[in-house]
Every structure is written in C-alpha cells, then in structure tokens.
Design a protein around this ligand. Structure first.
Ligand SMILES: Cc1cc2nc3c(=O)[nH]c(=O)nc-3n(C[C@H](O)[C@H](O)[C@H](O)COP(=O)(O)OP(=O)(O)OC[C@H]3O[C@@H](n4cnc5c(N)ncnc54)[C@H](O)[C@@H]3O)c2cc1C
Length: 448
C-alpha cells in the first residue's frame, strides 16, 4: 500500500523528548536540536485542539483526541495518579512525563496516514508520478554520483533517471538493504556477495535500535473490554454502525489509548519507560484477541542501549534482509523492563484500577523476584515496531548520512526516513519520521 508503516501503524502520536533531539545535534548534527525541529513538527500537523507554542494548525497530518474515554483508561490514569504519576493532558507539550490519553493521527475517526495527508492532495501535480507494484532494486551511479534507480515492475526491469537527486525512503529495514545492494556499505561484507563497493561506509545497516515491549495482561471483572466487543458478533455490528454513522467508538481508537511516561530507575533524569494501556488483549500484536475480558499494560524501555543490525542474505532484492535485533543484549536494558513490569503491577494493585481486575493473567503466577520477571520478559517481550538508526546521521566513521541527509562520499543521494535517527526517540517514531520528511524536503529544495 502507499504510506508505508504509517498506513498500518497504531496511530499513537508522540514526538519524543527534547533531550533526544538535542542529543542528535550534540552528536555532530547541527540543525537537529528540539528547537530546530519544533517548527517542522508544528508545520506537519493539524492539531484539532488548535495551535499554540508547541502545536501547529492547518498542516496535513491530523492529530486528534480519542472519541471516547474508556472506564479502564480512566481507572489507569487515576491509579497512576495515586502513585504520584501526575496527569498529563499533552505528552507533546512542554513536558512528556505523566499519565494521560494519547492523541492519534486520525481525521474525523479515520486514519490519517502519510499517504492521505501528503500524497493524496499532491496526486494531480504534473511533476509527480507514483508507480505502485514496483520494487526498487538498486541505485545507479556514474562514478560516485547517483543518477537513477533500477526497479522491477510487472516482471520487467525499468530505470528511473534522476536529473538532480535520488531520495531513499525505504524505512529502517529496507533503506540500508538498498544501499548495500547498490554497493554502499562495509566493503568486506559486500565482497562476500560479490558486490563491488561504490563507497566503503561500515555503518550501513548497523546501529539498529527498537522498542521492546513486555505485556502485562489482566482479566477484567466486567465485560467492558474490546475483547468483549469484538468476540461478540452483535457488539461488533454495533461498533461498525457506530463508526459508520458517527465516526466514534471502538473502531476509531489506537493500539494504545492511554499511556504514561515514567521514571523507573533510581538514577533516571527523565522518563525511561513508556506505558501503552490497551483496552484489549492478545498473546502478541497481530494475534487473535483473547476469549476472556482482557486488557493490557504494555511497557517499553524508551532508550535501550542494545544495538542490532541488518544484513543481506543475498543479492536478490526480493529477499528480505535478515534482522538481528539483539534485544536485551546490553547490560541494563533488562533491569529497566523488569522494573517497568513491577510498576505495572503496582498500578494494577491500586484503586480504582484494582477494583476492575479479576486476575493478572500474564505474568500471572510468576513471582515478583528478579529471576522470575527476567524470565518472563525474555520469553514474552516483542517488538513495538519502532526500528531506527540503520543509516545513522552524524559525522563519525559509522555515520551513513551527514546532517543534510546526504549519503557520505556520494553525490546526489539522500536518505530521508526513520533510518537516519542516530538514536531512538523516547516515544513512538511516526511523528519524528514525518518531521524528518518535512525537514528533508526543505533541504532538497534549498539545494535545487
Ligand atoms: C505495526 C506497526 C505499528 C506501529 N505503531 C506506531 C504508532 O502507533 N505510533 C507511531 O508513532 N509509530 C508507530 N509505528 C512506527 C512508524 O509507523 C514508523 O516509525 C514510521 O512509519 C517509519 O516511517 P519510514 O518512512 O521511515 O518507513 P516506512 O513507513 O516503513 O516506509 C518505507 C516505505 O518504503 C517502501 N519500500 C521499502 N523498500 C522498498 C523497495 N525496495 N522498493 C519499493 N518500495 C520499498 C515500503 O513499502 C514502505 O512503503 C508502527 C509501525 C508498525 C509497523
């Protein structure tokens, strides 16, 4: 489909923390601090609450409030409050810390994807051609200058020539794959596949970072969860009608509806964990809903130290590259998730949420000691789908693009997507990816 992951994602709109972007700037990327990026966040959005110092109005990406506040979410926020986690009505405002409701990239109860926000309004432009069912195979070069892209469509190989620049936006898994297939990467690793290096850039595909979530699942005392709605044909029909007639209800919500940004480690100076509080439950994302009245408190460490990488498995562009996520490989990451699970349990034991819980299903019988929680995290934690960092922006030897997003050592080639983030933002990654797109567009225009 068009729109990339933004057309299938969980709709949660979070920018990250000021320090994330200031960290990017400090790593040799002038122009990427929070104050530099704030205008792009604002420009990209149509904030339904209106514009203010932190928000924009009239932009293409609609940012909306949930159409309803579920009693379980209300209870979660209240219980968190009783443990000293203050209510925060705007995670993308002055401070991120606290508990509250997420805002969503929806427009009047419908997904507002990058395709519907940006591409659809531009589709009649004479200088835009969109070719669907096409797979980019490699970037073409004259010497060290990118001059086009080879792609496959309908079983045929075609070439698109670039007069000015080639821009890669294949995402954190595929942009590095395309670079490597095009001869840009670690020369020794490319040689294993017989790929002649155009430029030796050892950082391509390295530095992979992702958010890993541990999911604490509860059974509710009453049939008020979305499991109950979608396991019942009648209630599903009602939800469908509610959506069709009013654009409200269970079919308009995000993967996580309420959330919290909290500090779980004693030395944390800013939130190190994010909660996604979800009014349904499943064994893992994408699996069928549990048959019981379940809901979930998902916790993820915001800035893991573990690093993975992406590797080619061959020279066929249709073969997916291999992802080595290396979750929990760095010392300290497991401890953060362990403490996060403990905090989820403490919130669940606090009224009013405690009054709505019949039992904790997962980890369930597992004790609260370190070994038991570590085993639970290691055996059940899964991705939250936020891979970044594999074409990292910077000035060091491992950097792939410079602060103008130009591939180092190559002319007329930029990468503009989540892969350029040198470090993961402290939150969901779509808003930052869109801001990178906004700023990237300006960089391209400035050079034209
Ligand atoms: C299931 C899921 C849930 C998520 N939930 C959230 C959320 O709630 N909130 C949030 O902020 N973020 C969420 N994210 C993450 C967020 O959507 C991504 O970080 C963001 O969309 C990344 O944008 P991107 O442009 O870097 O890459 P992508 O959106 O992945 O775009 C890459 C595009 O390139 C195309 N492509 C790749 N290789 C080729 C090729 N060789 N030829 C042609 N086309 C190619 C792909 O098909 C895709 O369209 C979620 C992601 C997923 C997958």
């Amino acid at each position: 489909m068009l729109g990339g992951s933004g057309s299938v994602n969980g709709l949660v709109h979070i920018r990250g923390q000021r320090e994330d972007f200031d960290g990017w700037a400090a790593q040799g990327n002038p122009g990427w601090g929070y104050d530099d990026l704030l205008p792009y966040f604002c420009k990209s959005e149509h904030q339904v609450r209106g514009a203010d110092a932190f928000h924009g109005s009239g932009g293409p990406l609609w940012v909306s409030d949930l159409s309803e506040h579920h009693p379980l979410c209300e209870a979660f926020i209240a219980s968190a409050g009783r443990l000293g986690i203050a209510h925060n009505p705007d995670f993308n405002g002055e401070r991120q810390e606290g508990a509250g409701y997420f805002q969503l990239t929806t427009r009047r109860g419908m997904r507002c994807s990058p395709a519907s926000a940006y591409l659809r309004p531009a589709r009649m432009r004479r200088n835009l051609s969109v070719i669907t069912r096409a797979l980019a195979r490699r970037v073409l070069f004259q010497g060290r200058r990118a001059v086009g892209v080879e792609y496959e469509t309908g079983g045929e190989i075609q070439v698109a020539r670039a007069r000015r620049e080639v821009l890669l936006s294949g995402g954190a898994i595929n942009s590095p794959q395309l670079l490597m297939l095009s001869g840009i990467g670690d020369a020794a690793r490319l040689a294993r596949f017989g790929i002649a290096p155009v430029v030796h850039l050892p950082g391509v595909g390295r530095n992979l970072q992702d958010h890993l979530q541990a999911r604490v699942v509860f059974k509710a005392t009453r049939a008020i969860t979305y499991n109950d709605v979608f396991n019942s044909p009648l209630r599903t029909l009602q939800a469908g009608l509610q959506w069709a007639l009013l654009r409200r209800g269970p079919l308009t919500v995000s993967a996580g509806q309420a959330g919290a940004f909290v500090r779980v480690m004693p030395d944390a100076e800013r939130p190190d964990v994010q909660f996604h509080f979800i009014t349904f439950s499943a064994d893992r994302p994408g699996a069928g809903l549990h048959k019981f009245s379940g809901f979930t408190a998902s916790v993820c460490q915001l800035r893991p130290a573990s690093r993975g990488h992406i590797e080619l498995v061959g020279i066929d562009p249709r073969s997916a590259p291999r992802i080595y996520a290396n979750y929990l490989s760095a010392p300290g990451d497991l401890e953060v998730l362990r403490e996060a699970v403990r905090l989820a349990r403490r919130i669940a034991h606090t009224t009013p949420l405690a009054d709505l819980i019949a039992e904790e299903v997962s980890p369930g019988a597992v004790g609260n000691d370190d070994a038991a929680l570590d085993a639970f995290v290691r055996s059940t934690a899964v991705t939250i789908f936020h891979p970044v960092g594999t074409c990292a922006m910077g000035s060091g030897e491992d950097a792939v693009v410079d602060h103008l997003l130009r591939v180092r050592g190559i002319e007329s080639l930029r990468v503009i997507d989540a892969s350029i983030m040198p470090t993961l933002v402290s939150g969901n990654t779509n808003a930052a990816a869109v801001a990178i797109g906004e700023k990237g567009a300006e960089l391209v225009l400035a050079a034209a």
